[in-house]
Design a protein around this ligand. Structure first.
Ligand code: FE2
Length: 298
């Protein structure tokens, strides 16, 4: 049902002022969750158009211009990111998937996630880890990167939503808007900046293709980045040195940004880099996130 007035408010994120923080009216969220309860998670997985249908229901519950508002934020070079949460109205995993999917699909369709074999992935960070990338390793910083470097699909945006957190100290999102990176142009104007480099991913990603990508590119006349340290294969000492220095520079500039349980962050992947801070050691550490990545709706 369409609410007659906007049931959300756009403010500034308390930690990283580049990011917008959206407060949704809890009563409107309750209306959405009651309405969306008839769409189960399996239906969202199996029937792609239902992901857009649930997005429309969230837009209606929040007053009808929520989708337009978040599309404008994600496209706006001056921000390109926002956070929003369920405001304590639910702690149910299925509701979290519904909410994250609705928000995502008001911006555009999610890409297939080869790791999970559907349009979203849920992954945990715990005390021990036997994986082949930094994604689930708790006790080291996950270095700043952009997503989608090793796939052919475009990756215009990414969304991360926190489902659960126990015994978790540290582990903040580490974020950086490219216009806040003081040393950016030293790397963006370097002779290697636009040379296509080779990207390959480890077995857990279930992606066998090899992709060539330049580190920097232009979109709407603005500098954009495509980079991840773990999956780029330099051809020379000079390329390796360039990438190493670029990565260290990103690390120095990262802004630790907390994300409460039940909240999500959505970012423009062309001009935001993201990572995660290390957690403090705890034998019963548990944190679960959902991610979705996708393109802008046509
Ligand atoms: Fe990522």
């Amino acid at each position: 049902m369409l609410q007659t007035r906007p049931a959300f408010h756009v403010g500034t994120h308390p930690t990283y002022s580049r990011i917008r923080h959206i407060d949704a009216d809890p009563n409107a969220l309750r209306v959405f969750f009651a309405d969306a309860a008839t769409i189960d998670v399996q239906e969202l997985e199996y029937v792609p158009f239902m992901r857009f249908i649930i997005g429309k229901r969230l837009d209606d519950a929040l007053g009808g211009d929520f989708g337009e508002t978040i599309r404008a934020i994600i496209a706006d070079r001056d921000t390109g990111g926002f956070t929003i949460g369920v405001a304590g109205t639910t702690q149910n995993d299925a509701d979290y998937v519904r909410f994250g999917t609705a928000v995502a699909h008001l911006v555009g369709p999610s890409n297939f996630d080869a790791m999970s074999k559907t349009f979203y992935a849920r992954f945990t960070v715990e005390h021990t880890d036997a994986s082949d990338s930094y994604l689930r390793q708790a006790y080291r910083d996950m270095t700043l990167h952009t997503d989608g470097t090793f796939v052919d699909d475009a990756t215009d945006w990414l969304l991360m939503m926190k489902f659960a957190e126990r015994n978790a100290k540290g582990g903040e999102s580490r974020l950086l808007h490219l216009d806040d990176w003081a040393e950016r142009d030293r790397f963006a104007h370097h002779p290697l900046a636009t040379v296509p480099l080779t990207y390959k991913s480890p077995p857990s990603k279930n992606v066998t293709q090899i992709v060539k990508r330049p580190t920097f590119f232009q979109s709407n006349g603005k500098t954009c980045l495509s980079f991840i340290d773990q999956f780029v294969y330099p051809d020379s000492q000079a390329q390796a040195t360039y990438l190493h220095e670029l990565s260290q520079s990103l690390e120095r500039a990262a802004v630790a940004t907390p994300l409460p349980t039940g909240d999500l962050v959505m970012l423009n992947n062309a001009f935001w880099a993201h990572g995660r801070a290390a957690f403090a050691t705890h034998p019963e550490l548990y944190r679960e996130l959902m991610r979705q990545r996708g393109v802008f709706a046509k």
